[in-house]
Design a protein around this ligand. Structure first.
Ligand code: F6R
Length: 600
């Protein structure tokens, strides 16, 4: 949540900052702002809404070689211009952007800043006002910044300008992500490497509770005790082409279409020299030693975890529990004797998951992260990491990352099973290749799926997705996709559960999308469809070759029963896409959301 950019060097900063912010808009798009410094002082431009609005508001003649930028996902205070970052101290000496949440900001206000008139409703402003207060007491900027940071509880990534020395950007980090990009005669600051890949591919990670002074030719990292820290640089392996929409109208559609190719890439990435599926032996040993695996994740990644549990239990005979990260951290279940923790996170930055990871690490347990983003916080902090190899996912609604998560979980379950000396009973490489082909068939069925979206979802206010067994878990994901981008109230339900209360919501014409890909529950889910149809619902059955009947609206190509989520989800992704398109919604940037949720 919230994206930060910073530049110090010899070029015009504003265009570099704006390009970076455009790439960070996935982190929030409630408002955007930049502050640039030159001999006349620090100049702030900020606007409600998108970076495009900010672009129009900037004085095109302004020339400055240093600056910081921000794109906001509102937490404290409405998404107004006043609450937009950057924020300034009372005398306007300090200007700052912040990502994160300062939990003790009320206490800091009342203990230190009673006499200060605040310009915004944000928690952020407390940081910049505190800093000024301490410099007024005679401290230098760095000393005052360190003192301020030591008082903050919560999460922060901060970039700061001081009007009195416009040759330095101060940066700090705790729990929220921020990187320093290294250039020749310039340096940059960014929430992720993608944002500044147009100027450098060389980056330095920061650790929690570190402070940095960034000049155009130097970077000095210190901990909050003021002690210098050494840091190596790494190369970010991102190509500008990967973050381009190409011929597609939306990133979401592009990312849906990338799935067949991506599955083949994941298979290759996890094959050894004998072309067998293979996973780091330490990970497999940890699984063998575990009495139970706990999968922890949020949103779509949580839904992938639910399917992953089926893979682990049926292929590898390992008991698995799946938990929503935000609940797990503060309401921990009784753990088994030898638990192993598996975190699933596309971004690798989700604060809820990270809090849970920190807690179980403190308890001394082994952790694995499955993520799409090398170098992300969860990948750095877990004992082991498995990558998704899905390529950057930029649409806020997750599509290809979900399929990649399922694929990596299936590979993990399969390798764990064969390493136990038993066979998983499935030739996974060949079944996944069938999946990739079936995905292609679905991606070529857009016209038909668009017709279904028009028929069922163009005008409805609500919609139910039902399924049994593994289809139920995909129904949860189908409903999430639909609600988040089309704003139709959609719920996923276990087919047998509706009659225990929720069926009261069925009215004449309510769409009920039923998934029927599992032989053993095929008749019972069809029975549930009859129950809702008898009460006026408009059912839409999506089944699978071999199980279909004349009443079905769409039939999926046949694949292995356990792996059907990988293809049924594509139908749901496309249904959500076309429903949102026909309703005129902003598909890649749905309201109130952000791609990377770095606050709890
Ligand atoms: C929905 C979606 C979210 C994320 C969730 C977790 O389309 O993308 O529900 O899945 O915010 O994010 P990660 O996987 O980055 O931890």
């Amino acid at each position: 949540m919230c994206g930060i950019t910073g530049y110090i060097g010899t070029e015009e900063s504003k265009e570099i900052l704006l390009r970076g912010l455009e790439k960070l808009e996935y982190r929030g798009y409630d408002s955007a702002g930049i502050a640039v410094g030159n001999k006349d002082g620090v100049h702030i431009y900020k606007e409600k809404g998108r970076v495009a609005n900010l672009r129009e508001a900037i004085d095109s003649d302004i020339s400055a070689q240093i600056g910081i930028g921000h794109t906001r996902w509102a937490t404290h205070g409405k998404p107004t211009r006043d609450n937009a970052h950057p924020h300034q101290s009372a005398s306007k000496r300090f200007t700052l952007v912040h990502n994160g949440v300062i939990e003790n900001y009320m206490m800091l206000k009342s203990n230190y800043l009673q006499d200060v008139h605040f310009q915004s409703d944000t928690d952020t402003e407390v940081i910049v006002q505190l800093l000024e207060k301490f410099t007024e007491q005679g401290m230098g900027t760095e000393e005052a910044f360190l003192k301020t940071l030591n008082l903050l509880d919560g999460s922060y990534a901060i970039a700061l300008l001081d009007q009195e020395s416009t040759d330095v950007i101060y940066v700090a980090k705790n729990k929220s992500p921020i990187l320093i990009g290294v250039g020749n005669d310039f340096n940059v600051v960014a929430s992720d490497a993608m944002a500044m890949i147009h100027v450098t591919d060389s980056y330095m990670e920061l650790m929690d509770k570190e402070m940095v002074t960034v000049k155009k030719d130097s970077i000095i990292i210190k901990n909050l005790e003021g002690e210098k820290q050494d840091r190596a640089t790494y190369k970010a392996e991102i190509h500008e082409g990967d973050i381009d929409k190409g011929i597609y109208p939306h990133f979401m559609l592009k990312e849906i279409d990338e799935q067949p190719l991506m599955i083949r890439k994941i298979i290759r990435s996890y094959q050894n020299e004998n072309e067998q599926l293979s996973v780091k032996s330490d990970i497999i040993s940890a699984m063998k030693e575990a009495s139970r695996i706990y999968i922890i994740a949020c949103g779509t990644s949580y839904h992938a975890g639910l399917v992953g549990k089926q893979f682990m239990e049926s292929l590898a005979d390992i008991p698995v529990e799946v938990h929503v990260a935000s609940e797990f951290s503060y309401n921990m279940p009784l753990l088994s004797a030898k638990p192993l923790f598996l975190f699933i996170s596309q971004s690798g930055e989700t604060a809820d998951s990270r809090t849970a990871l920190v807690r179980v690490k403190e308890m001394g347990f082994t952790t694995i992260t499955i993520t799409n983003v090398p170098g992300s916080t969860l990948s750095r902090e877990a004992d082991y990491t498995m990558y998704l190899h899905a390529g950057p996912e930029l649409a806020v609604a997750s599509t290809k990352a979900y399929s990649a998560q399922l694929t990596v979980l299936a590979i993990l379950a399969d390798v764990a099973s064969t390493s136990n000396g038993k066979s998983s009973g499935i030739n996974l490489i060949s079944e996944l290749s069938i999946i990739a082909n079936a995905m292609e068939v679905l991606c070529n069925s857009k016209t038909e799926i668009e017709k279904i979206a028009t028929q069922y979802l163009s005008t409805t206010r609500n919609c139910f997705f039902i399924g049994r067994g593994i289809d139920y878990f995909v129904s949860l994901e189908g409903a999430l996709k639909l609600k988040e981008i089309s704003y139709i109230q959609a719920e996923g339900f276990a087919g047998g559960e509706l009659k225990h209360g929720t069926i009261a919501l069925i009215e004449e014409g309510t769409p009920v999308i039923a998934l029927a890909t599992q032989d053993k529950v095929n008749l019972s889910i069809r029975g549930n469809v009859k129950e809702v149809a008898a009460r006026g619902a408009n059912p839409c059955i999506i089944s699978m070759e071999g199980l279909e009947t004349d009443e079905d609206r769409f039939v999926l190509p046949k694949t292995h029963e356990l792996l059907t989520p990988l293809i049924s989800v594509i139908t749901f992704q496309l249904l959500a896409y076309y429903a949102a398109l026909h309703r005129g919604c902003d598909i890649d940037k749905p309201r109130n959301l952000a791609k990377s949720v770095t606050v709890e």
